[in-house]
Design a protein around this ligand. Structure first.
Ligand code: PLP
Length: 376
């Protein structure tokens, strides 16, 4: 049997499944990774194939600090950076280092569903806090703080997965104040921060690490390639020390040291920055195409906000609509989406669904939305 390159949840040929929150093949830059690898191997030293220092290769952290200083518009110091294997691995690491089994963590309702499993793997109790168009509802957070003492709040501040919205700057400041007052950490998953297609988002949580309350997670998955399995944590030097003291890190050294050599070349050559500009142009078109197709086929049936960045549209239907049941029927018309319930820590949001525009061309987006319309 021949084996082809695939991924979990890959749709059958011909199906347009907007449930897939991954880049399309044409946006995975083989050329950039090849050139970066060539340039690394042209001068590679044997010790570069040894274990790396725990926080990350010093040259990589310097390059990353420069990249983030430009991307976030605020000077970033290498001393507040810690290399990770991407945000999934970082979520696992922060659950080990900053929480213990039985602790409570706050998540947004809805939130990135795969994070729930990571938190549950660590024996953490999940409490959902509602969000609205301006992001996490601070009043609801305040109310929950009256009866819980969370180890951390997990938030996706910019271009939320699945909601698409960004938490306003004012709310971010209020959340940092509450974290200081009630002594909990903010684990900010900033995986979409640099993927904005119109106005830039509010400043990243990574720019306020001096608060000693913020652990910001960044990843190369959405801006370069998921296969690099490389990301970073940006936090205060004190909180960073706790990461480096972790047993797994102590034993293996810098996570994904090899990948960091390759990505360093892509940062230093400017190829990564140019690629991000390209992605922003392509995704902007796809957002506009999906918004137009939704206006054509779903206006009056569902409500949504056009996202300003990231990967996702979030649609809300009348309470009588059950998107879980419709998801199975979507297969019959060779289309797909993620139903709202998976993003709810309480098993709610049945009448909502998430569509990703990242995996399909403009033509496929128009066709997929047209196919979905008769189901509703
Ligand atoms: C909010 C969020 N966090 C984390 C991830 C996974 O990140 P990584 O590929 O860096 O592990 C994703 C990918 O879809 C995501 O949307």
């Amino acid at each position: 049997m021949s084996k082809t390159v695939t991924f979990d949840g890959a749709p059958p040929p011909g199906t347009i499944n907007f449930g897939i929150g991954q880049p399309s093949a044409d946006l995975l830059p083989v050329d950039i990774v090849r050139a970066a690898s060539d340039s690394f191997f042209a001068n590679a030293e044997p010790l570069e194939l040894n274990y790396g220092v725990t926080a990350g290769d010093a040259r990589f952290l310097d390059s990353l600090a420069e990249f983030l200083s430009a991307g976030y518009g605020v000077p970033t110091s290498p001393g507040e950076l810690f290399v990770t294997g991407g945000n999934s691995q970082a979520l696992d690491l922060v659950s080990t280092v900053y929480a213990k089994p039985g602790d409570t963590v706050f998540v947004e309702e809805p939130s990135y569903f795969l994070a729930f499993q990571i938190f549950r793997d660590h024996g953490l109790n999940i409490v959902g806090i509602p969000v609205d168009d301006e992001g996490l509802c601070v009043d609801a957070l305040r109310r929950e703080l009256a009866s819980h003492k969370p180890a951390f709040l997990y938030t996706i501040p910019s271009y939320h997965n699945p909601g698409g919205q960004s938490t306003s700057d004012e709310r971010r400041k209020q959340i940092v104040e509450l974290a200081t007052l009630h002594d909990f950490l903010i684990v900010a998953d900033e995986v979409y921060q640099l993927l904005y297609y119109f106005d830039p988002p509010p400043p990243a949580y990574g720019t306020v690490t001096a608060s000693e309350r913020v652990v910001s997670l960044g990843s190369f998955s959405k801006i370069l390639a998921p296969a690099m399995r490389l990301g970073w944590i940006q936090t205060s030097e004190n909180l960073r020390k706790k990461l480096a003291a972790n047993g797994f890190i102590n034993s293996g050294g810098s996570i994904n040291h090899f990948s960091s050599h390759i990505v360093r070349q892509a940062i230093d050559s400017g190829a990564l920055a140019s690629h991000i500009e390209k992605l922003k142009g392509v995704y902007r078109d796809r957002v506009e195409t999906m918004d137009k197709a939704l206006n054509e086929h779903f206006s009056g049936i569902a409500t949504w906000q056009r996202p300003e960045g990231g990967y996702f549209f979030w649609l809300e239907f009348d309470e009588s609509v059950d998107t879980t049941a419709l998801r199975d029927r979507a297969r019959d018309v060779e289309a797909g989406f993620q139903s709202g319930t998976v993003f709810s820590s309480k098993g709610e949001l049945r009448n909502c669904l998430r569509l990703s525009f990242a995996h399909y061309s403009n033509d496929d987006i128009r066709e997929g939305i047209r196919r979905l319309r008769p189901l509703f």
